[in-house]
Design a binder for this molecule. Sequence first.
Ligand SMILES: NC(=O)c1ccc[n+]([C@@H]2O[C@H](COP(=O)([O-])OP(=O)(O)OC[C@H]3O[C@@H](n4cnc5c(N)ncnc54)[C@H](O)[C@@H]3O)[C@@H](O)[C@H]2O)c1
Length: 336
Amino acid sequence: MKFLVTGAAGFIGYHVVERLLAAGHQVVGIDNLNDYYDVGLKLARLELLADKPAFQFIKLDLADRSGIAGLFVAHQFERVIHLGAQAGVRYSLDNPLAYADANLIGHLNILEGCRHNKVGHLLYASSSSVYGLNRKLPFSTEDSVDHPISLYAATKKANELMAHSYSHLYGLPTTGLRFFTVYGPWGRPDMALFKFTKAILAGESIDVYNHGEMHRDFTYIDDITEAVVRLQDIVPQPNVNWTVEQGSPATSSAPYHIYNIGNSSPVKLMQYIHALEKALGVTARKNMLPMQPGDVMDTSADTDELYQTIGFKPEISVEEGVKRFVTWYKTFYKVQ
Ligand SMILES: NC(=O)c1ccc[n+]([C@@H]2O[C@H](COP(=O)([O-])OP(=O)(O)OC[C@H]3O[C@@H](n4cnc5c(N)ncnc54)[C@H](O)[C@@H]3O)[C@@H](O)[C@H]2O)c1
């Protein structure tokens, strides 16, 4: 099949493209290669895809309305996996308008492209951050998510609402993917594992927020790609018996579905740091700091529905995943 993958030079996008190509699909990847983090890392990911004949990269901004419209007309994609976005919770406090452009206008442009060109299935990245002030753990797609605590989270929730309206109005099948803290080789420099590794190897101390009293449902990248590639084949169907009063918020009378994609075994931040110290053979010097605004204390995914649908649950342990990240980091940055 012919796929569009947005954010193809990004962490998750790059890995998803690799998986789709390995399965024999044709993929067009777009990305605007912005400098939110090291562009060299984005280009290095693309370099690995450069010699694959079934892959084409186009530099394009999601917010470029006519550019995105023209792309859809020219390529007539069968499926779209929309992973391009302004990511990061903390940056949304400093630069909120970047989130409006990429995550709101950009998402609408993708929905319009899908609508006018009869795309068979749109999958798009949401986030565990939509659970915001929710305290009931594990986080379930059955729960209401109307209390985000960062603009980033609010745009991700908005993406789900926008997708629902297109599923309802135009019968566009949409699947929202609530990812829980993804990590692994080729990971993002603005995320904890990358920052900690870089600091420890440079002999610097690491900043540990909320004095380490946080839990995260860290999910290894290969588990994410496996779930995404399986879900792209599960095209949501309208459920005529669904009602707001009795139906699940994760489904609808429209062809719409939301899934949690997490490991469902949350780990204490200090355990994550210990796994890193073990993989590096170094004990980190730690700056114990208070909680940062916009951050949630704990995340934990209820993945029963995911398992029932695709027969797969994320399974790589933090110890194993962190070891694989460190191996990649040392090779890529040529450090010992
Ligand atoms: N990594 C995680 O832990 C995590 C967790 C929850 C949700 N997500 C979501 O998953 C998706 C992928 O995240 P990632 O970790 O790979 O992030 P990433 O930043 O590595 O990838 C996103 C890519 O989108 C591109 N992009 C940003 N704005 C763009 C625009 N206006 N036009 C075109 N391209 C643009 C960036 O250049 C980048 O390469 C995002 O939607 C993110 O919000 C990620």
